[in-house]
Design a protein around this ligand. Structure first.
Ligand SMILES: [Zn+2]
Length: 250
């Protein structure tokens, strides 16, 4: 079995590749279908958001390609293992130094060390011949999987921290008193809408239509034979999943 420089098998067969989406963009790259491919794909998304956009205009981003290392007759480049990438190649030609600004070097090195824990090596750190478009996996599968888990956990925490807070006690008071334009009721109505109840208007006042939608939700999601349509703890929690953080709910 042919091995690339980083010890991963060379991929000749496209069925072992996976098409990864880069960050939130529509761009995709074909990389190895395992944790090492997922980790380098995550790096591309991070790069796009933090270093410079991976522009879609010019096609100068490369991932999988079976090829030998430049200047070597027999050693396969890590691109052959589909866990190496070249990003914005036309802006970072092979052999040139200082194609990035100082803050970009600092940020890249921070990420390589603390976000990717040494699993990824970047061409900015090549001594003999810099390759500032290039990044590659240099750790085994297990270490990559651990780094990937850490990165994902961190993303989830970050996303959760950005969610709006719903105050459960205030919500119940607002529902009971029929308050108008209440922020917590609005959050609940928005959550109902995103569950597919498109008839719900986000007014901030709890109305029979909302109770009816909540009843359907309780029947469908919580498997309740006799749903009451009142925003109780279980239904609010189920609706709040990934939509808001709930305060004051025991
Ligand atoms: Zn490369």
């Amino acid at each position: 079995m042919a091995l690339a420089q980083n010890g991963y098998s060379v991929i000749f067969d496209a069925s072992r590749l996976k098409t990864y989406r880069i960050g939130d963009s529509r761009r995709t790259l074909d990389l190895r279908n395992d944790a090492s491919g997922a980790l380098i794909a995550d790096f591309c998304g991070w790069y796009d958001a933090n270093i410079e956009p991976i522009d879609g205009g010019i096609y100068d981003d490369w991932a999988h390609a079976v090829r030998k290392i430049v200047g070597s007759a027999w050693e396969y480049s890590n691109h052959s293992a589909a866990n190496a990438v070249d990003l914005n190649a036309t802006q970072h030609p092979l052999g040139l130094r200082w194609t990035f600004k100082a803050w970009q070097y600092a940020k890249l090195r921070w990420a390589l060390r603390f976000r990717y824990r040494g699993c990824i090596r970047h061409g900015i750190d090549y001594h003999d011949r810099p390759d500032e478009m290039h990044a590659e996996i240099v750790a085994g599968l297990e270490k990559c999987a651990a780094a990937l888990r850490r990165v994902r956990r961190r993303e989830i925490r970050k996303r959760r921290a950005k969610l709006p807070k719903l105050y459960y006690g205030n919500l119940l008071v607002a529902v009971k008193q029929g308050q108008r334009n209440n922020r917590n009721v609005r959050l609940l109505q928005r959550a109902l809408r995103s569950e597919g109840y498109k008839g719900i208007e986000v007014t901030g006042r709890w109305r029979p239509d909302d109770a009816e939608a909540l009843k359907q939700f309780e029947r469908k999601e919580l498997k309740r034979p006799h749903p009451d349509g009142e925003p109780g703890p279980a239904s609010v929690r189920a609706l709040g999943r990934n939509r808001y953080r709930i305060r004051g709910l025991k």
